[in-house]
Design a binder for this molecule. Structure first.
Ligand code: CA
Length: 597
């Protein structure tokens, strides 16, 4: 044993004695704060330091103080203390000292911009069917796989003009998650969520042209694929493009299984119809104009029109839900990949009717309004791939924001539906604000100062994305009201996933000093590169531990600590486009607001 090693071991032991555990007791956003943003950290129970000191890059003490408050975990009983050092507003790198522990953080006018960029670039890494350019993908550039120019029509999807075994071409699109399949429901939801946020950011802030180009290219790449998923005979949309079973943890180029399009479904068809309309509206926003003027253009209507037949098919086949087990009982080969099954399409209908109403040919719009009214949710619920009502609500809120900025769209023209539209918008605004006001109450007594993450139900499959989703709701509320409390709480939820949490992980790959290294991702695992692809949001703590047989042992069963950074953990450490869509929308939006605080 050499001397340096001995010193290192003594130092490590001293650290262990001082904090009681071999981990950092300081829990803080590890990516960065904006100068005007609220800044807090949480100290774990085992660190008893009364006073916390913060030094700047030169080592001068710039802040010293005791805890603002303490909070008790409702499930573990652990008592944590929250320190507020929002007084630090100058850009720079700082170090926190608490007992024997220390942690650095940065304050910058670009605090979240690199993360916003990486989260979007992560979609580029998920692209199927093309070689990735090293200029964009860096050292993770790779050969393309899954050209999907030879895809078979599964028996469940057969129609007169496309009998079982017909070969179709269905290239491009994003790999869904840690697997290599392409699912319409999840991919449509991801596009809708990001497109909605993109348009509001474009409306309210000066959206960077380069960012806009990059965002649009990414959406188009997946939309080009989505358009191939429609059966031209009747307009119905295949639920997914998939191998019968999951591939092994091999590179895309090594995959050999046949790929199929399977059963048309009502949810896939409605999400498809919604996304076509969203592409129309987003096309107008992307082309830089005032949406109020540009929405009334052929380019928008034609994109929305692509979804009209799918919408009609869904209306004609309201019970065509995707039941994988039932399907496997009738048809071969059996398909056992992600099901994305759903038992209710009322939320999909509300979103599709809303977005089609807003972007289709003016003469066609009225037919959608009845469906909007009939499928309007009673109250606001947090969005997910299976519950997309929030996306329709967001569309109406966007319409309200437009109205405030530019006046009524059809100004000067009689609008027979003006009253209904005002009522719908009013209800959407009210239900969103009620949801937000109720949610943010929980932050007051929270261990980690966040509105989300204070009930055991808040943790589960992909819960890190729910922190972002709720932040997105707060940002819509902020744009509507200008009330700072909504921005603060959006940042708080984001702080949670970036490190101010019970495991101390910054849950985004490539960011923070404690970050996932072994995501459940075939791309990350098979590329021979030690560091995972950056910008991917891990699913996060999941007390259900559905993967316990594969993971073998979780270190904790507490809801907020039930996370393992190991490749087999599909329940807590997978990555997915819908989760990254939440990350992109929340972080990009905050990166624009953060600069204005
Ligand atoms: Ca649904």
């Amino acid at each position: 044993m050499n001397t340096i090693k001995t010193i290192a071991i003594i130092a490590a032991l001293t650290g262990l004695l001082s904090c009681g555990k071999n981990e950092n007791s300081i829990r803080i956003n590890q990516v960065g704060f904006y100068p005007g943003q609220e800044k807090t950290m949480t100290l774990e129970e085992y660190n008893k330091a009364e006073v916390v000191t913060i030094t700047d890059a030169e080592g001068s003490v710039v802040w010293e103080g005791s805890a603002d408050r303490s909070a008790v975990s409702p499930w573990s009983g652990k008592i944590r203390r929250i320190f507020d050092f929002s007084e630090i507003t100058e850009s720079g790198t700082y170090t926190i000292h608490a007992g024997g522990d220390s942690a650095t953080f940065i304050v910058s006018r670009d605090a979240l911009k690199p993360l916003a960029d990486a989260a979007l670039t992560a979609f580029y890494h998920q692209r199927s069917g093309m070689d990735l350019d090293p200029e964009i993908a860096g050292k993770w550039a790779r050969k393309g796989g899954h050209p999907d120019t030879l895809v078979y029509v599964h028996a469940s999807a057969a129609s007169a003009s496309r009998p079982e075994g017909t070969v179709i071409s269905s290239p491009k699109g994003w790999y869904d998650a840690g697997d290599y399949n392409k699912y319409v429901v999840n991919s449509g939801y991801s596009m809708g969520l990001m497109a909605n946020a993109f348009r509001v950011i474009s409306l309210q802030y000066a959206y960077n042209k380069k960012d806009s180009r990059k965002f649009w290219d990414e959406l188009e790449y997946n939309h080009d694929w989505l358009l191939t998923m429609q059966d031209p005979e009747d307009g119905g949309v295949y639920h997914k493009l998939t191998t019968p079973s999951f591939e092994g943890f091999i590179t895309p180029g090594e995959c050999q299984q046949k790929r199929y399009v399977v059963q048309k479904s009502v949810t896939a068809s409605l999400d498809f119809a919604a996304v076509c309309a969203e592409m129309g509206s987003t096309w107008a926003a992307h082309h830089g104009g005032n949406l109020e003027a540009d929405i009334n253009t052929r380019g928008v209507w034609e994109k929305a029109e692509d979804g009209a037949d799918a919408y009609q098919w869904a209306k004609d086949n309201p019970e065509a839900f995707y039941h994988q087990d039932k399907m496997n009982g009738i048809y071969d080969p059996d398909v056992v990949t992600g099901a994305y099954g759903d038992g209710s399409a009322s939320d999909e209908l509300f979103w599709a009717a809303t977005s089609q109403y807003m972007a289709s040919y003016p003469g066609d719009r009225d037919v959608y309004l009845t469906d909007v009214i009939e499928n309007m949710p009673e109250e606001f619920t947090l969005m997910s791939w299976g519950n997309v009502a929030a996306l329709g609500v967001f569309n109406w809120i966007e319409s309200e924001l437009h109205h405030r900025k530019f006046g009524e769209f059809y100004s000067g023209l009689p609008d027979p539906y003006a009253k209904q539209k005002e009522e719908i918008k009013g209800k959407c605004v009210k239900m969103l604000l009620e949801y937000c006001d109720e949610s943010i109450k929980a932050a007051e007594n929270s261990c980690y100062n966040s509105a989300y993450g204070n009930s055991p139900d808040d943790f589960g499959w992909g819960c890190c994305s729910s922190f972002c989703d709720q932040a997105i709701c707060f940002l819509y509320a902020y744009e509507l009201t200008g009330n700072r409390k909504y921005v603060d709480n959006a940042f708080r939820n984001v702080n949670y996933i970036l490190g101010q949490n019970a495991t101390g992980y910054c849950y985004v790959t490539g960011f923070g000093y404690k970050s996932p290294m072994f995501p459940h991702s075939r791309l990350c695992h098979s590329d021979g590169i030690e560091e995972p692809i950056p910008g991917l949001l891990a699913g996060g703590p999941n007390p259900a531990q559905q993967d316990i047989a594969e993971v073998r042992k979780y270190h904790s069963s507490y809801p907020d600590e039930s996370y393992e950074d190991v490749m087999p953990s599909y329940a807590s450490n997978e990555v997915a486009i819908n989760w990254n869509a939440s990350l992109v929308a929340a972080i990009t939006w905050l990166s624009y607001i953060g600069n204005e605080l």
